[in-house]
Design a protein. Structure first.
Lengths: 303, 382
């Protein structure tokens, strides 16, 4: 029963990471851009949700606002700043997007203050539900899993079955050629960037609802999202999904099981500290192992 | 000739200013957390401290206060301390909330001959073998409120507690303190990451532990996140903890989930003495919100400093230290004295979270420990 609940926790964590990593991997794959400010878009989504939910009293309007605000901010940032960086090397991109993190963090602090904001869940999703088999699990976390799965299906459809998806894949493979074929590459880039931003904003709003909405909330998640992208392979949505679930499961199950494992042959408090120290390293060990076996990540196409 | 006269005049003016500066009083550097998830704690300490200076009138004007934000990061706290000691030349440092930051800053500061008055963090290392004659803690030794929680758990009849705390000095002190008084069995003992915001994995363990009570120490934003997720999870094992997770600054965010929870504190707004009544009223008038435990600690810290300034000059270290040791000020928590290791000897109360109108707050329901010092005083050699 405990294991089943932890697996659900891992799944929920993985889905949240997937929402972050999907946008990051698209932007990285299609435009060749390292976007450190992806965490700021996550934060922007969370703050937009909190502000609109507080003003209107409706969580659902807040959620819609998080998507809209993050997408709008993403498009704006792409047009104003990011567009000038495509031709530059990665170091310039890292510097510029890092500057964006500072600007967004201070800007948000100036607008909303340093105190964390808290969201109330809608009555439908608050409290716990009993699953078949007698497992009791918070309804909202189940909703996050469902939303993550829906977004995954939607993205696969978008990339694999639509004209926009064909253009995105083409842009990934050879950007000069599709420009030569008459596709407005600048507009495509803005669109992809806004899509990635909207997903990050959605993740921020969902996570902000169970945790807290505060300045700087995006950076710890950003690191994990990068780990996910590297494990899954740059540019691959499938890789982002598999990588996110792997990272989510490894982290959650490691935290839950390792201390118990060490308690088998160690003194209790030492086992706890060794176990939790090792658990927090586990995803990086996972990343190292994946990179040794497959240097381009699990589903990475490029060498 | 005229130029020379001007020069002499300038030097004289400078000398006068320097002379005034030394007679001016005490320069205090406050390093505290004003941003991020722990911001509420630092803001309350700062506001309590400044309120005490304001209420003291002319005596308070003798304190020159420099406030800086440590962002809850040890490296930044160390940089700020260096800057305050070397370029601002402060006499007294104060303000640090977090024990890991205190461990990074305090030993170096007192070694350079500065006084450090702690309005919050009280790690065991600084109460025992690492104590220092220039280090004073005005709040508590870290273990104290947890010891009181352990004593309360016994009296409430709990015999199988699940214990949860972040993995940093105050977290290990918390569980050690709880176990020092708690006589029952341990259903589980979990250390989380400092600053963690998702407690799903821990709540799953609590659900399956068979515990009859959960003791947890998660200060600031961590406690709010935990309480909200705990309420959503459908687990209904009673919670006990130190005041930090149920204090004024976070109760409004936690809401109904906290109602009825018992927690331990050396202070509450309904403790009956004239200083406390004046403090609570003035704080509400000044800032438009109820004071928290941290506000009361900041307030007491400033009043301790003012009481010492009234007796001795800070440049006379021996006399100033003796004046601090006397703790000749009216604490808002009632009786207050320093033990041999410069940590408080005080009563610790049990409080219950209640709703007064629309405001969530605490009321005292009993005394958990009387005249409690700390477990480490014996190891301190000053």
């Amino acid at each position: 029963m405990l294991l089943a609940e932890q697996v659900l926790n891992g799944l929920q964590y993985g889905m949240m990471l997937f929402l972050m990593a999907a946008g990051l991997t698209l932007v990285f794959g299609v435009m060749g851009l390292i976007n450190l400010a992806h965490g700021s878009l996550y934060m922007a989504g969370a703050f937009a949700c909190a502000a609109v939910a507080a003003a209107t009293g409706s969580f659902w309007l807040g959620l819609a606002a998080s998507l809209a605000a993050a997408a709008a901010l993403g498009a704006l940032v792409e047009v104003v700043v990011i567009r000038r960086l495509y031709a530059r090397d990665h170091l310039d991109q890292v510097l510029a997007t890092f500057a964006l993190i500072l600007v967004f963090s201070e800007g948000t602090r100036w607008l909303f203050g340093s105190f964390p904001l808290y969201l109330s869940l809608p009555p439908v999703l608050s409290g716990a539900v009993t699953l078949p088999g007698g497992l009791v699990y918070p309804a909202f976390r189940l909703a996050i899993i469902a939303i993550g799965a829906l977004v995954a299906v939607g993205l696969f459809w978008l990339i694999g079955r639509t004209r926009l998806g064909i253009r995105i894949r083409a842009g990934e493979a050879d950007r000069e050629m599709i420009a030569a074929l008459g596709v407005d590459i600048a507009r495509l880039y803005t669109l992809v960037f806004a899509l990635g931003a909207a997903l990050a904003g959605l993740a921020g709003a969902l996570v902000g609802s169970v945790q807290s909405v505060q300045v700087g909330m995006g950076e710890p998640v950003l690191i994990l999202a990068f780990v996910t992208v590297v494990i899954g392979g740059i540019g691959s949505i499938k890789g982002a999904l598999v990588g996110a679930l792997l990272v989510g499961m490894t982290d959650t199950l490691g935290k839950a099981l390792l201390p118990t494992f060490f308690a088998g042959f160690m003194e209790a408090s030492a086992a706890t500290s060794v176990g939790s120290a090792l658990a927090s390293m586990l995803i990086y060990v996972l990343m190292a192992v994946v990179l040794v076996v497959r240097p381009t990540g699990l589903y990475g196409a490029r060498a | 000739m005229k130029q020379k006269g001007r020069l002499i005049g300038g030097i004289a003016a400078l000398a006068l200013m320097a002379g005034m500066a030394s007679a001016e009083g005490v320069k205090v550097g406050m390093i505290t957390t004003l941003s991020g998830g722990g911001a509420g704690l630092g803001i309350d300490v700062r506001d309590g401290f400044q309120l005490a200076l304001k209420m003291a009138g002319d005596a308070g004007a003798g304190v020159e206060l420099i406030v800086e934000d440590d962002q809850q990061k040890p490296d930044i706290a160390v940089q700020l301390a260096d800057k305050m000691i070397q370029s601002d030349q402060v006499d007294v440092l104060t303000g640090i909330i977090w024990s890991n930051l205190a461990m990074a800053v305090v030993p170096a500061a007192v070694a350079q001959g500065k006084f450090y008055l702690s309005p919050n963090a009280g790690p065991s290392a600084l109460a025992g073998a690492g104590c220092d004659k220039n280090y004073f803690n005005v709040a508590w030794q870290n273990d104290n409120l947890h010891e009181a929680a352990g004593a309360y758990a016994n009296s409430a009849g709990y015999a199988n507690s699940f214990m949860l705390a972040p993995n940093y000095p105050a977290g290990t002190d918390a569980i050690a303190g709880y176990k020092r008084f708690y006589e029952g069995a341990a259903a589980g003992e979990v250390y989380t990451q400092l600053g963690q915001t998702d407690y799903a994995a821990e709540i799953a363990q609590i659900r399956n532990s068979g515990a009859d009570s959960v003791f947890f120490f998660l200060p600031g934003g961590m406690g709010i996140a935990f309480m909200k997720q705990y309420a959503e999870s459908g687990v209904d094992i009673p919670l006990i903890g130190p005041a930090f997770s149920f204090d004024q600054n976070i109760l409004q965010a936690v809401g109904d989930a906290a109602l009825g929870v018992k927690n331990t504190s050396q202070w509450n707004k309904d403790i009956d003495n004239a200083e406390n009544a004046a403090f609570v009223a003035a704080y509400q008038a000044e800032y438009g919100r109820l004071p928290s435990l941290y506000s009361s600690q900041g307030f007491d810290t400033a009043n301790l400093l003012l009481s010492a300034m009234a007796k001795a000059d800070v440049t006379d270290q021996e006399a100033f230290r003796a004046a601090l040791e006397a703790a000749d000020f009216a604490s808002v928590r009632g009786d207050f004295a320093f033990g041999p290791n410069h940590h408080p000897i005080q009563d610790i109360y049990v409080r219950e979270v209640v709703k007064e109108g629309d405001i969530y707050t605490n009321k005292v329901i009993g005394t958990a420990l009387e005249d409690r010092g700390d477990a480490y005083a014996g190891e301190c050699k000053m």
